[in-house]
Structures are given as structure tokens and as C-alpha cells.
Design a protein around this ligand. Sequence first.
Ligand code: ASP
Ligand code: MG
Length: 409
Amino acid sequence: MGLIVQKFGGTSVGSAERIKNVAARVLEEKNNGNDVVVVVSAMGKTTDQLVTLAKELSSNPSKREMDMLLSTGEQVTISLLSMALAEIGISAVSYTGWQAGIMTEDVHSNARITNIDTKAIEKKLTEGKVVVVAGFQGVTDSGEITTLGRGGSDTTAVALAAALKADKCDIYTDVTGVFTTDPRYVKDARKLLSVSYDEMLELANLGAGVLHPRAVEFAKNYHIPLEVRSSMERESGTIIEEEVSMEQNLVVRGVAFEDEITRVTVIGLANSLTSLSTIFTTLASHHINVDIIIQSTTGFDTTNLSFSIKTEDLEETLHVLENNKETLQFERIESEVDLAKVSIVGSGMISNPGVAAEMFEALAKNNIQVKMVSTSEIKVSTVVEEKSMLAAVQVLHDTFELAGNKVKA
Ligand code: ASP
Ligand code: MG
């Protein structure tokens, strides 16, 4: 007998019928002799609808009140699921984030979990109950309700699995696992049997929406085996673990992509020792997330600097730079919108030189211009025009033979 944490996403709990289906999946796990903690998201598109509702009343609502509002979505699901469980003879109790002892830092809308006091949950488990916990929310030391960022219910589940020393954490969702790329856009995308924590972390950070990046971070740090699987279909999903077996050790395991990227170029930036640190410290202090950075030295006194950001941050970025023009000392700013980031990820790259070259060659052959590049040991990211994004994804999926069963040593 073990302890399993099961997490069900919004689509999986999107209607009364689906909640009944979830209750049945919980029952199966109970019948296997396991203790079960269930984490749920808000039903269907509830969170989006609440955001829309808030926008009708305020163009810039307070983050505290947004957290208060959005945390209600999950509270609906926990009570309904507990009722559905009772109907099929399982004694269950629902807990909001604070009742479950989920403590977070004092930041609204994107808080990190700092600690979980598991006493209350453990007590209910010893009584033989299933504990149903609201995902995506926690509480600060001073009793304020916080949320963990969109998609954060995954993180609740994995953090609980770590704190409770669970044997496994199953993430039930509307797809059957983690794919080589998004199967909605690439028909021959294939479900992966397993992915390493590091690969999954890159994929999640590079735009694969299937798991919240922080959830993967937790799983890696606490060695929690994760399985991403379907709540509707009965097939096994994708295991995320430390080491992935040799046979499946493809050089490239997946292609991730993200649209709405903008390139900003600062022209004629004063070439001093501190100019880079000043510019990025200034942007960071305004919570602007800079991704790829390219510096090219042009003259003796000045340099040109390009970096990529999410397009939604463009207005703010331009504003911040122009406002600090005197301190930063630059000539002018140019920006290029309608770009996208396309990345290949795989642990096998560490020992295979030439993967980046193969990637650029394939893109060039298909007339796809690469505007920016960044690499790590296990990924290569390129920025391309948004209109070529899906073509680039397909080309790379083909080039690295991700659809077939071919094994590259
Ligand atoms: N309900 C929240 C969201 O839609 C959290 C989650 O589902 O993980 O982002
Ligand atoms: Mg999600």
C-alpha cells in the first residue's frame, strides 16, 4: 500500500459528468489499496471567465483581489468532487490551500510555495479518507490568500507529493501524455514513453503547455516520479524521471514552440563596463522577462544589443528604456514583432556535436531565416518569423526523425 497524489486539470473536471469520471478514477486507486490525495483545477474555463469578469470592472484590478477571485474556481471543484466521491461510497474531505497547510511567499498572482504543513492532511489519511485539495492556491504567513501563477495546480500536486513523501504523482489531463511536439499542429507527433526531468523542464519553459515548469522543478529536486496521462483514456502516459533508458535516448526528444515574441534592439549603447548590468537590472526591476540576448560590438565607444521578450511586454519595455535613456545612454531603440521561438530539446545533445548545425541547415534548406539563437547543453532555441513557426516545427520534427521509431545511438 502506498500514497498516490492524483491531479486533475480543468477539462477533466469540466462538467458534473466528468467529475463523476474523476471520482471513478479515484476509486480505482483506492481499490488498489492506496491512500489518495487529489488535487483539482477549476472547472473548464472558469479561471479565464473570472479574469474576463474582473476586466469588465477594472482595467487594472489589485492583485490581492484577483487572487481572492481566482482562488474561488478551485474551491467549487473540491466540494463537488468530494460529494461525487461520497456518492460512490468513498469518504472524502475537501480542503482549500490554507486548510491543507500550503504556505507561500508574500507575492500575489505568482507566489512560490515556501512550506507545507501536512498535519491536517495526514490526520484525515489515517482516518481512511481521501483528501481533495484545491490546486493553484496557498496562504501567506499573514493569512492572505495567494495563487501560484496560471497552470499552478500542477505545482500544488507535486509539492504535496514531495511534502507527503508520496510514492507517485499522476497528472491527469486532456492529452494522453507528453508528445514529441504539439499533436494539435503536427499530425505525426508521437507520445513519449519517458522524458527526463531536465528535458521536461526545458520543454515546459520553452512553451510546451502540458506541465507547469515549477512542478517539474519540484519533481526533480525531490525525486518524485511523475506520470502525465489522460483522464478519459485508459492508456499509460509519459513517465518523467531522472534517467531515461538508452533505447529511447534519441538525440532530440522534442520540439517546443512559442509565438508572440518580439526582438528589441538597443542601438548605440554606451560601451562601458556597467552598461549591460544597468540595462538588465532596470528591466528586471520592472519584472520584464528577457530571454535571448545578443551583443555585438560595433564601434569603440558604442555597442548594439538585441534581446527577445514576450510581445505583451513590449510597451512596458519601450517605456522603461526611454524613461531611463539618460542613465543608460543609447542612441535609439528598434523592435521587431511577429516573431516566434522554436526549440529542440534532448539530453542526447550533450554528447553529439553538430546538432545545432543540423538544425540550421534544415531550416535554411526550407528558407526559414533564423534571427536569434541560444543554446544550453540540452537545447537549441531559434527565433524565426511567426509565419514560419509551424513550418519550422514540422521541418525539425522530420529532420530529427521524431515521428518514426528509429533509434539514434
Ligand atoms: N485554474 C488555474 C488556471 O487555469 C490553475 C490550473 O488550472 O492549474 O490557470
Ligand atoms: Mg495545466
